[in-house]
Ligand binder design. Structure first.
Ligand code: AMP
Length: 302
C-alpha cells in the first residue's frame, strides 16, 4: 500500500522523495485537504509529536483495525511548550517514524511545518481555543498554557483532517479528558478512542521523553509505576484514598531522586476531586527525575 506523505519541508529529508512507491507527496494544508477529498469513506487519525515508539504503534494498530483510511499526524506543536520547556530539544526521528508508519500500513503521514500551521508565528496566533475547566489543575497548573496549545492544535488538525475517529493514549490521561470534553462541548464531529498505556517490561510508561534519561536515571524511573501500583493495592485493600496517596508521596520523596509535582486521585470520567466509592478512579503522578519530567497514571476500573 503506498504511503502518502504530507510532510514538513523544514524537517528531515523525505525518504519518499527517492521512493517511487510513495507517489503522493503533499506538504500543505490544502494538499492534505485535496487528498482527504479523494478518500472514500471514513478516516481514522493518530495525533503525535513523532519520535514514535511502541506506545504510538499501539494507537496506530488500533486505528488500523477499524478498517478506515489511517492518517498519522506528526507535529511538534510549539504552542503547547512553555518558554523554558524542551521544544528545541524534543526528539525528532522523522525518517525512522516514516519507516514505522509505512511498515504499520499507515495510508498518509501529515507532517506540516510550523509556519504552515502558524503562518504568523506561534506567538501571533490571534485565535486560540480555551480548554475546559478541568485543564486548570495538575498538568495545567505545572504547565501553564499547555492545554490551550493542545486544544488549539487539536481543533486546527481536526478541521484540516476531518477525521471520523481520533486515537488518544491514556498515557496523557488529562489530555484525553480535555479533548473529549472539548469535542463534546463544541459538537466536533469526531469520536475519541482511548488506548491503554504501553509500558516497558519494568513498568515504565513508554514516552518519547524517555530518550532524555541516562542509563542510570532509566533504572530509577520505574519507581513511579511501582508507587502507582502500591497506591492501587492499598486502595483496593480498603485504605482511605488520601492515606494511600500520602504513603505514595512519601515513597517517591524518600528515594531522593525525584522532585514530585503531584500524586493525586481523580474520578476517571469527570476528573472530579471528590471520589465516590462506586466511581472508577485514576491515580496520576508527575515528577522530575533530575530535570527529566515524567508522567504516569493508573486507572482503577473495578
Ligand atoms: P506524543 O507524541 O507524546 O504527543 O503522544 C501522541 C499520542 O500517543 C498521545 O495520545 C499519547 O497519549 C499517546 N502515547 C504516548 N505514549 C504512550 C504509551 N506509552 N502508551 C499509550 N499511548 C501513548
Amino acid at each position: 500500500m503506498p504511503l502518502a506523505i504530507v510532510k514538513n519541508k523544514e524537517q528531515n529529508s523525505d525518504p519518499s522523495d527517492k521512493n517511487p512507491e510513495s507517489p503522493l507527496l503533499k506538504h500543505t494544508v490544502s494538499e492534505f485537504r485535496q487528498w482527504r477529498q479523494e478518500v472514500n469513506g471514513p478516516l481514522a487519525i493518530v495525533p503525535t509529536m513523532g519520535a514514535l515508539h511502541d506506545g504510538h504503534l499501539s494507537l496506530i494498530k488500533m486505528g488500523r483495525q477499524l478498517g478506515h483510511k489511517l492518517a498519522v499526524w506528526i507535529f511538534v506543536n510549539p504552542l503547547q511548550f512553555g518558554p523554558r520547556e524542551d521544544f528545541g530539544s524534543y526528539p525528532r526521528t522523522f525518517e525512522k517514524d516514516l519507516e514505522t508508519c509505512s511498515r504499520a500500513g499507515v495510508d498518509v503521514v501529515f507532517c506540516p511545518s510550523v509556519s504552515e500551521i502558524y503562518p504568523h508565528g506561534k506567538d501571533n496566533c490571534a485565535t486560540v481555543v480555551p480548554p475546559p475547566e478541568l485543564a486548570g489543575i495538575l498538568e495545567g497548573s505545572f504547565r501553564p498554557g499547555f492545554f490551550t496549545g493542545v486544544a488549539t492544535v487539536v481543533t486546527k488538525f481536526f478541521n484540516i483532517m476531518r477525521p471520523d475517529i481520533a486515537m488518544f493514549g491514556e498515557k496523557d490521561y488529562q489530555q484525553l479528558l480535555v479533548v473529549r470534553q472539548m469535542v463534546f462541548d463544541l459538537n466536533l464531529p469526531v469520536s475519541i478512542q482511548a488506548v491503554p498505556i504501553v509500558r516497558a517490561q519494568d513498568g515504565l510508561a513508554l514516552s518519547s521523553r524517555n530518550a532524555y534519561l541516562t542509563l542510570e536515571q532509566r533504572s530509577a524511573a520505574p519507581l513511579l509505576f511501582q508507587t502507582l501500583k502500591m497506591v492501587e493495592t492499598k486502595i483496593r485493600a480498603g485504605q482511605p484514598v488520601e492515606q494511600a496517596l500520602n504513603e505514595g508521596r512519601a515513597a517517591i520523596e524518600k528515594s531522593k531522586r525525584f522532585e514530585l509535582q503531584y500524586l493525586e486521585a481523580r474520578d476517571s470520567l469527570t476528573f472530579a476531586p471528590h471520589l465516590e466509592a462506586e466511581n472508577p478512579l485514576v491515580v496520576l503522578v508527575a515528577a522530575k527525575l533530575q530535570g527529566v519530567r515524567l508522567i504516569d497514571n493508573i486507572v482503577l476500573r473495578d
